[in-house]
Write a protein that binds this ligand. Structure first.
Ligand code: CUK
Ligand code: CUA
Length: 672
């Protein structure tokens, strides 16, 4: 009896708690009278939501809106976010992985920049190989150790994100990197031939056949070390380029042998997007500086800023990449620095390249999810322009041109290809879409997001953001099937939003909730690592990242390393001038833990982390050798260096892996 009644009492308590919780949730979901009232009034209104929340809200001086925002973004301990956001890392040369809606950073992925925690670029073979191909700038011969990462592109199947691969361009140095989303590690960086910059893209064709980038600033053409032409020969001697980099479907790597480029006029090619659905097989690249301004303020010429905005129009580049593929197959290309390049002349003759006028100083080129329209904004124009792909096709078929540009590229008649111009506000830049037929455009000058309706071409609503928004990203927003729900505003300025950390302020990423009738800013996330330009947001379930490597996996190839070290098979081999070590790492020791070499020896250490349970990472460093590796469970890595100074050097595990982690150490003895 005794135990039964206490049990009843317990269940009674549970019921009461559950009811209390239910009432609380209902009040919240209904927008709650107290919350509704409070949000209309100033922040002084007290929150009344029951439980301990009242006192917390009062003690922390939170308004009802604050509490609602907190609840809408809070992801409880141990629970997962609904989405991953992959944001470019800007000057950090990395990619940030951020959970949505919590806005917690889950990881940074080193791409172009050495990153010690991940042991990326600090002596291990796989990361050195990934960095090597992109590291030396051919035009200068210089070793490049930073990047200006701009536009991440998730791989797609049938126009939907498939969670396999990610690509990101380095605007500053003409490069692109490939991240394998099985292990969130960079496997390849490429210095793209004939580029000294990249901007348009990275975008992916709907079945990941190609990842596209175009140049930002044109280069002296053909590009070569010491190739020079003065700026007064800009029109004749400088060129832009559109690159279609072929993706190996099994490995995700880009294959330059199967890739091609299209020579472009020396305008500044800007943002780009791939056609889909009816526009499948086409790509769209916006451009500015059709004036070909080159600056020269001190020489009495206009700055690029004013020179590039002097004319009335720029050109949307319309590229038939399926046709370009055929042109390449037919051998109608030149080989420049190892790349197949379709000349401008051939591109025009073969109907690969067309232009459509753009309102001056355009930015953004965003294909709608159904592939029927391309939206281009004008930084200095309050309108956004909607091009109809159907009208473009009809105009091409009817040769409805208003003439050609100075390079002979046919220019379609503006009025024949434009579906609508929508007045949105000051400084429209980039557009994303949701699942309900709405478009969202960032307004840089106005510091706002404009929501407008496709088809009606009417502004619906604006929400202010803080401050100066560049890109925005909607969940699944570049795919053929956007989710809507969340939008992240990637604001360039934060001004007063965060406490001072010196004159260089963080950027401000703001989460905007799209689920209600009105857009609502829910959360401010200071980003103090670099300037994210663009981001893509993918459903969490789409990603199938591995938890551990199979024993002995070489991360570069994702196959078993020939230097895998089985436990008990560790060894040291000495040959004249070389010491080669096969080492295992297991909580909490390295085997061997003493390595003797002769001064001047080349030292090769193959280490396998033989752990099999989740999150059992070890690290490996040797004092004074600029070596650092992160050895994930199952991983096999090799490190090579020359021991050119005698001495006793400690090595140790750099990841706090166990109670005796501090003891996970050993000695490299370099004998004189
Ligand atoms: S560009 Cu940065 S705000 Cu490089 Cu995508 Cu428009
Ligand atoms: Cu292994 Cu610390």
């Amino acid at each position: 009896m005794q135990s039964r009644s206490s049990k009843e009492q317990r269940s009674g308590n549970t019921l009461r708690l559950a009811l209390l919780g239910l009432v609380f949730v209902v009040v919240l979901l209904a927008g709650g009278f107290s919350i509704g009232r409070a949000s209309k009034k100033a922040t002084t209104t007290k929150v009344s939501v029951g439980g301990g929340l009242d006192s917390i809200a009062a003690a922390r001086n939170l308004s009802a809106d604050d509490v609602e925002n907190a609840l809408a973004t809070y992801v409880p301990s141990g629970k997962y976010d609904d989405y991953y956001m992959f944001a470019s890392g800007g000057h950090s040369g990395q990619v940030f992985v951020i959970g949505i809606p919590s806005m917690r950073i889950l990881k940074t992925i080193a791409v172009f920049t050495p990153e010690p925690w991940q042991g990326y670029g600090y002596g291990n073979d796989w990361s050195e190989a990934a960095l090597k191909t992109g590291r030396t700038m051919p035009l200068t011969g210089n070793d490049i150790t930073w990047a200006d990462t701009h536009h991440p592109a998730l791989s797609e199947t049938n126009g939907e994100y498939d969670g396999r691969y990610l690509y990101i361009n380095d605007k500053g140095n003409g490069r692109i990197g490939f991240v394998d989303l099985r292990d969130f590690r960079t496997k390849q960086t490429i210095q793209i031939p004939n580029h000294q910059s990249t901007h348009g893209g990275a975008f992916i064709t709907p079945n990941s056949e190609y990842v596209h980038v175009s140049s930002n600033t044109p280069t002296v053409w053909p590009p070569a070390p010491n190739a020079y032409a003065p700026l007064d020969q800009y029109k004749d001697k400088y060129r832009g380029v559109s690159s279609w980099l072929s993706i190996d479907q099994k490995t995700g790597r880009m294959d330059l042998d199967k890739s091609f480029q299209i020579e472009l006029p020396p305008y500044t090619q800007d943002l780009a997007d791939a056609g889909k659905g009816p526009s499948l097989g086409w790509g769209f690249v916006n451009s500015y500086n059709s004036e070909m301004a080159t600056g020269g303020k001190m020489e009495g010429k206009p700055t690029i800023e004013s020179g590039a905005s002097a004319g009335a129009t720029d050109y949307l580049h319309i590229i038939n990449w399926k046709k370009a593929e055929e042109v390449v197959k037919a051998g109608k290309y030149d080989t420049i620095n190892g790349m197949k390049v379709i000349s401008m002349k051939t591109a025009v003759a073969e109907s690969v390249l067309f232009f459509a006028p753009e309102v001056r100083s355009p930015h953004g080129a965003d294909v709608t999810p159904d592939g029927k329209f391309i939206v281009v904004s004008g930084k200095l124009d309050p309108h956004t322009t909607v091009y109809s792909f159907d009208k473009i096709q009809k105009a091409i078929a009817a040769k409805d041109f208003e003439g050609t540009d100075p390079f002979g590229v046919p220019v379609l008649k503006f009025s024949s290809v434009v579906e609508a111009q929508v007045e949105l506000g000051a400084g429209p830049l980039h557009t994303q879409y949701d699942d309900k037929g709405f478009a969202y455009t960032s307004l840089f000058l106005e510091s706002a997001v404009a929501k407008w309706k496709l088809g009606d071409w009417k502004l619906v609503e604006k929400v202010p953001v803080q401050y100066n928004i560049g890109h925005l990203a909607v969940a699944q927003g570049d795919s053929a099937k956007p989710d809507g729900k969340y939008l992240v505003a990637l604001n360039k300025w934060s001004v007063d939003r965060f406490p001072s950390v010196g004159p260089l302020h963080p950027q401000n990423l703001q989460l905007v909730d799209l689920t209600g009738e009105k857009m609502r800013v829910r959360y401010d996330m200071p980003m103090g690592i670099g300037e994210p330009h663009y981001a893509q947001i993918i459903r969490r379930e789409t990603l199938k990242g591995i938890l551990n490597y199979e024993l002995g996996t070489d991360p570069l190839t994702m196959t078993t390393s020939k230097n895998v070290v089985q436990q008990g098979k560790e060894k040291i081999e000495q040959r004249p001038g070389v010491t080669e070590v096969w080492m295992s790492a297991l909580r909490s020791h390295f085997t061997p833990d003493v390595v003797r070499v002769k001064k001047g020896d080349k030292v090769i250490i193959h280490i396998t982390n033989v752990e099999t349970s989740r999150d059992t990472t070890h690290g490996f460093t040797i004092s004074g050798f600029n070596i650092q590796s992160s050895l994930e469970p199952g991983e096999a890595t090799s490190i090579e260096f020359t021991a050119d100074k005698a001495g006793a050097f400690a090595f140790y595990c750099t990841e706090f892996c166990s109670a005796l982690h501090m003891e996970m150490q050993g000695w490299l003895l370099v004998e004189p």
